[in-house]
Design a protein around this ligand. Structure first.
Ligand code: DGJ
Length: 739
């Protein structure tokens, strides 16, 4: 058992081989945090780490002469208003307007395994031996409200999962105004904070900043996790790099509004918080009601950002993704979007699909434009019936023809949306999420369906599942192309409007749950104007996500590099598209486009009929090559070697879990005159094993032990890069262990 309770000290020690967390029941009954970090030995008491202090101006939360000021104590789930003046983890308003709460320890239970959080997505274990869980129960006697703090320590990863549950048993109707999933108080502020920021077509760039006294935060108030910020924050020691140094990171398993913040006190202590954004959130805690926060996971690494990423990747791959495609190589697909947009006939689609089959693709995906009156983005959303003018044989007929070509068939949907020009809107205008007395702001000429209402989800479920049932569908791309505005539900009481944003996300999860349960063999890929909803909440249902609408190879280097901080290659949808690139107008070599996209869930997004014969032959070779290497690319241990942010070079390597094979990508942005020498230092190889290192561009082969490769490095052949075109040239090196 990796969770120990010391009754005399009233302390909990949660640990595995890599990480420890020590909690205490403090004298006032609240839960304190005595330690979080690298695994330490268990001792009967860590009480010496409880540091009471009293200072002028602050109040003390105990009778004189105690020095018990909450403002100076590290707490696990702090409240505001009882001497802690920092940001609280939760806020409850009583009927009388008071916001003072006092949850005191009552009991706890320790169990093997991990309880389900349904209907919320969450990490899970298949065997009880994979994790231990602790639930600490607290009670506010004045309001008769219960608060349960949940923790799960995974056995083989430096990961502590957390969530919180509020249950109102008293007569009062309380209003829960804020409920973070995670609060972590740390004794110093000697960190930099790392997060992923961006926008449409430039998602998840990396930002590292020093910590300053006061607040620093990231958030989404857009109704989805967003392209602007990802629900992830890391604190790293300033000297920590990719391979060494301490990193503490948090990620939220949630797809809606969130707030992640780091507060540094003027005593340079740190408070890290992550959870649902309190803006526009109010949950009605009347008698019998409860609220469960989404799950937050805390990762500890003493091997830098690389160690942090490995923990996240293993966590999502082994304990979050479910179904047929868990740890299973993803099909090589061809998607017609950038080839045709919405302008196609069945004959066009079959011509594109047939060429994809000839190239060796395994899955053909029909994107937007197949349903309703969908000839442009003014109409059709909400009417999930095939457009027989475009596709006279229906999705059924088309999917059968594609399958007859030897490929699987996949389909695009955008179930959360409706156009004004649709039968659904004409029949049910009230299904739109908006205040009927105000202007409803369109975005891409579409409106948000009120997924907080079950009847709306039921309607879309009935329509979409009928299409899927009728045809041969192996893959669904679930898109979501606008942020929420005018959030007001016409099916919800005035007193519950503050619940709508969260209930909307629960509706999204509900539809995902119904479809993945009914069609367990289908591979789902989530999408939101590219990668605007790339979060662990959706990975629970959809094992991969379209990473960005920006398919330009040079842009993708940065986007995928940043994304890899938290998400594994298997989850990163990455395609080769035509040049000049539709988003940036840039022309990059076909091989470089593939060399970047290989490190993801790989595919193509163009009409291969338009390629000259030599490029089509190259595509065929790429597909043959990728089939041999995709398992290593998608599920290997991924190491970032050269950071592209601010530099002209980028490199990464993915090493098979058994270390017998590895594949390295090196990329240069611009060709340079008289370039200086450059070596790349691969990582993750077996030191004693001898590898055949093959340069896929030149065919040159070296035979070297892992220790030589890693420590002496591999010179980058700059002359070869010039021969490959200089600008945006790239190299792939494969490593195969030899006897
Ligand atoms: C946005 C997605 O990111 C694209 O890949 C494509 O599916 C379009 N939507 C279709 O409208």
């Amino acid at each position: 058992m990796s969770i120990v309770f010391h009754p005399e000290a009233q302390e909990f020690h949660l640990f595995n081989d890599q990480v420890s967390c020590v909690l205490e029941v403090m004298a006032n009954g609240h839960i304190g945090n005595l330690y979080y970090g690298k695994r330490i030995a268990d001792v009967p008491s860590f009480a010496y780490l409880h540091e009471d202090r009293d200072r002028p101006l602050t109040a003390i939360n105990a009778p004189w002469p105690s020095a018990f000021s909450l403002n100076y104590l590290r707490q696990d789930y702090p409240a505001f208003g009882t001497t802690d003046y920092r940001y609280p983890a939760y806020k409850i308003r009583r009927e009388n307007g008071s916001e003072i709460m006092d949850f005191k320890y009552v009991s706890h239970s320790i169990s093997a395994g991990k309880p389900s959080m349904a209907p919320l997505p969450a990490t899970y274990v298949e065997h009880d031996s994979a994790a231990d869980s602790l639930a600490i129960e607290l009670f506010d006697a004045v309001t008769a409200t219960r608060l349960i703090l949940h923790y799960t320590m995974f056995a083989d990863l430096p990961v502590l999962a957390r969530h919180t549950e509020f249950i109102q048993e008293g007569e009062e109707s309380l209003c829960l105004e804020q409920a973070m999933s995670l609060n972590l108080d740390l004794p110093d502020a000697d960190y930099e904070w790392v997060h992923l920021y961006g926008a449409w077509a430039r998602e998840r760039h990396i930002r590292v900043s020093p910590l300053a006294e006061g607040l620093q935060s990231i958030y989404s108030m857009r109704g989805t996790s967003s392209a602007e910020h990802n629900p992830f924050i890391a604190l790293k020691r300033p000297a920590a790099d990719e391979t060494s140094g301490e990193v503490i990171a948090a990620s939220l398993v949630y797809s809606g509004n969130f707030l992640g913040q780091v507060e540094v006190s003027t005593d340079r202590e740190t408070r890290l918080q992550l959870g649902i954004h309190p803006n526009n959130f109010r949950w009605n805690l009347a008698k019998g009601n409860s609220f469960v926060t989404p799950e937050a996971v805390l990762v500890y690494s003493d091997q830098g950002l690389g160690g942090m990423s490995h923990a996240f990747h293993d966590l999502w791959n082994n304990y979050l993704v479910r179904g047929e495609y868990k740890n299973t190589p993803r099909p090589i697909l061809l998607n017609n979007w950038e080839a045709t947009f919405m302008n196609f006939t069945e004959a066009d689609i079959l011509r594109i699909a047939s060429k994809a089959a000839e190239a060796g693709a395994e899955l053909f995906v029909l994107d937007d434009g197949w349903f309703g009156k969908r000839d442009d983005d003014f109409a059709g959303l909400g009417d999930w019936k095939v457009n027989l003018k475009k596709l006279p044989n229906g999705i059924k007929g088309l999917s059968e023809k594609v399958e007859a070509m030897g490929m699987k068939f996949g389909l695009w949907i955008e179930p959360e949306m409706v156009n004004e020009d649709s039968d659904l809107f004409r029949e049910h205008p009230d299904y739109v999420l908006t205040d009927p007395e105000r202007f409803a702001s369109p975005s891409r000429h579409q409106y948000i369906l009120d997924f907080s209402r079950k009847e709306v989800v039921d309607n879309i479920h009935a329509q979409v599942s009928a299409v899927i049932r009728d045809a041969k569908i192996s893959y669904i791309k679930w898109d979501m192309n606008r942020y929420l505005s005018e959030v007001y539900s016409r099916g919800t009481d005035a007193g519950q409007q503050g619940e709508v944003l969260h209930r909307y996300i629960l509706g999204v999860y509900d539809l995902y749950d119904r479809l993945t349960t009914e069609f367990p063999d289908i591979l789902f890929e989530s999408c939101s104007s590219g990668g605007a909803r790339f979060d662990p909440g959706l990975l629970y249902y959809a094992p991969q996500a379209w990473c960005s609408d920006d398919t330009d190879a040079a842009e993708r280097m940065r986007i995928q590099y940043g994304t890899s901080l938290v998400y594994p290659n298997s989850s990163i949808g990455a395609h080769v598209s035509a040049v000049p690139n539709d988003q940036v107008g840039r022309t990059t070599p076909l091989q470089t486009r593939a060399n970047v996209a290989f490190f993801g869930a790989f595919g193509y997004e163009l009409d291969l009929n338009h390629l000259p014969a030599d490029e089509f032959a190259a595509v065929k070779e790429q597909i043959v090559f990728y089939k041999e290497w995709r398992e290593v690319c998608q599920f290997g241990t991924f190491h970032r070697l050269i950071n592209p942010f601010g530099g002209n070079d980028m490199a990464w390597i993915s090493v098979a879990k058994d270390q017998k094979r590895a594949i390295l990508g090196y990329y240069q942005i611009l060709g340079l005159p008289n370039p200086r020498l450059l070596r790349v230092y691969p990582r993750g190889l077996c030191q004693d094993a001898v590898y055949e290192v093959r340069n896929q561009a030149s065919g040159a082969v070296l035979r070297l032990p892992g220790s030589v490769i890693e420590h002496a490095g591999l010179p980058i052949d700059r002359d070869l890069l010039r021969e490959l075109g200089g600008d945006f040239a790239s190299l792939l090196l494969t490593f195969t262990e030899v006897d």
